[in-house]
Design a protein around this ligand. Structure first.
Ligand code: ZN
Length: 275
């Protein structure tokens, strides 16, 4: 397993390592926070290097425990692993650096959340993202050009990772990596079904007008209100349901290599869209 642990160097520099290829790619593709550098500096000031290094050790042990599942998924080598201190926007995700796939993990977030997370399904989910991006660059956020890309490719990316993870960890908590308990997940699923037509129309409008609706984006992929978690991350559910209808005749690898046009028709059918 290839590990790039940036935590110590970040502590030495007191924040972001601007010239590092990871941060260059992250800032261009994944960051939407204009205050990112200051925030990272603040988080570093409020943490101890030793405790975050300990978290890196815990994370790596957990990743090793995912190896047997990874072998069953059949994607070949593990992606590289990057551990860093970020602004808390991501607990983990996938990134491509110089054409190579990496999964990145924010160690301050990991330290805060690891006891709440079901670590194996969460890790498997995050490890799938970089492989998907590598096999199908059209799904990598750097290559998104339109609103359809930003909303619907993202939905498929999350749906694919969630669906594959569910095959190995079929418990309900896999949908939320343990963040919601089984009753919470039930409530969330019902809410997703209730909102399907309404959100389908909103997504269709955004795609047709090729514009951005931040509230809609957060509702689909982020957390709008921590008191009402079941009203968040609806895109993960829809994406998983759409992938579930497709997967039967394909291997996981074929799923990761599928062209977006193949998904588009299924998405339109699922939401009753006609754009
Ligand atoms: Zn994800």
């Amino acid at each position: 397993m290839k590990l790039l642990n940036l935590v110590e160097e970040q502590f030495q520099k007191g924040g972001v390592i601007e010239e590092h290829p990871f941060f260059r790619e992250y800032l261009e593709v994944f960051n939407f926070n204009s205050d990112f550098s200051r925030k990272v500096g603040e988080i570093i000031e409020n943490n101890y290097l030793e405790s975050l290094q300990k978290e890196v050790g815990i994370l790596l042990k957990e990743i090793e425990a995912v190896v047997p599942f990874w072998e069953k998924v059949g994607f070949g080598d593990f992606p590289g692993i990057i551990t860093y201190v970020g602004d808390g926007a991501y607990d983990g995700h996938g990134i491509i650096i110089d054409g190579k796939p990496f999964a990145f993990f924010d160690m301050a977030v990991f330290g805060e959340r690891k006891d709440m997370l079901s670590l194996k399904p969460w890790l498997l989910h995050e490890l799938i993202h970089p492989i998907h991006y590598q096999l199908s660059p059209q799904f990598y956020p750097r290559n998104y050009k339109t609103a359809e890309d930003r909303y619907l490719k993202k939905m498929i990316v999350e749906g694919v990772a969630t669906h594959i993870t569910l095959q190995f960890f079929p418990g309900k908590d896999t949908y939320w990596s343990g963040f919601l308990d089984n009753d919470g997940v039930k409530r969330w699923k019902n809410y997703c079904e209730e909102q399907r037509d309404t959100l389908g129309e909103k997504i269709e409008d955004v795609v047709k007008m090729n514009c951005q609706d931040d509230m809609l984006f957060y509702k689909l992929f982020g957390i709008v209100d921590f008191e009402k978690l079941y009203q968040s991350r609806l895109g993960y559910y829809y994406g998983e349901r759409i992938v579930d209808q497709i997967i039967k005749n394909y291997s996981f690898r074929e799923l990761l290599q599928m062209d977006f046009s193949f998904f588009r028709e299924r998405i339109k059918r699922y939401f009753g869209m006609d754009y």
